[in-house]
Design a protein around this ligand. Structure first.
Ligand SMILES: NC(=O)c1ccc[n+]([C@@H]2O[C@H](COP(=O)([O-])OP(=O)(O)OC[C@H]3O[C@@H](n4cnc5c(N)ncnc54)[C@H](OP(=O)(O)O)[C@@H]3O)[C@@H](O)[C@H]2O)c1
Length: 170
């Protein structure tokens, strides 16, 4: 099956909030918010040890399943790996938080080319790739939660989730 195919027709898969860059900072805070609302998590970053620790801590604090996937999202292989981890864990992406990003400082003309292209890879390419891969399943949930949409250069419309985690626990 193409990795971008919808999982809509596979009801046995469990929903998960996929949060990139979840080991620290804003990503970790958002992971805590989703967990507080009872969502199963799939936390993503590169450092396996930090991820496992974060997942353990959040799972025990909020009594939710917290999975993790160590992937370098600045590479196409890393994005593919995340999609594969979802599949092997029997999950589908219900909410996607594209949080992982890097920045640099200083004048544009002084920047290292490799670093600038890495920023594009993580902050732009991975966001497009993961959003596309998650669209079919996020779309179904989004229709119930939010009518916000994002227009991509006038050619396709893409749902985006509100930042407040949708209610799960009653
Ligand atoms: N902090 C601010 O003041 C601020 C202001 C405006 C916007 N933002 C934006 O908010 C987001 C989070 O910022 P933050 O300051 O909370 O970030 P942060 O503390 O630097 O954390 C970055 C997270 O992303 C992960 N990450 C970095 N490179 C990655 C890669 N190639 N693949 C997968 N994961 C990767 C890091 O883990 P690993 O290193 O283990 O991969 C870490 O979990 C970013 O998009 C940032 O641009 C932040």
């Amino acid at each position: 099956m193409d990795r971008h195919d919808a999982r809509d027709d596979q009801p046995e898969l469990a929903p998960a909030a996929v949060i990139t860059g979840a080991t620290q900072g804003i990503g970790r805070a958002l992971a805590e918010e989703f967990a507080k609302h009872g969502h199963t998590l799939l936390l993503v970053a590169r450092n396996e040890e930090a991820l496992a620790k974060t997942a353990r801590e959040i799972a025990s604090a909020h009594d939710v399943p917290a999975h993790h996937a160590a992937c370098d999202l600045a590479t196409p292989e890393g994005c593919d790996q995340l999609v594969e981890v979802l599949r092997t864990k029997g999950l589908y992406c219900e909410s996607l938080v594209n949080n992982a990003a890097i920045m640099t400082a200083g004048f544009f003309q002084d920047q290292d080319r490799e670093q600038l292209l890495k920023i594009v890879d993580l902050n732009v390419r991975a966001v497009v790739d993961l959003t596309r891969a998650s669209c079919p399943t996020c779309w179904r949930a989004t229709k119930a939660a939010s009518s916000t949409s994002l227009r991509w250069k006038g050619s396709c419309r893409c749902p985006i989730r509100r930042l407040t985690p949708p209610p799960r626990r009653s």
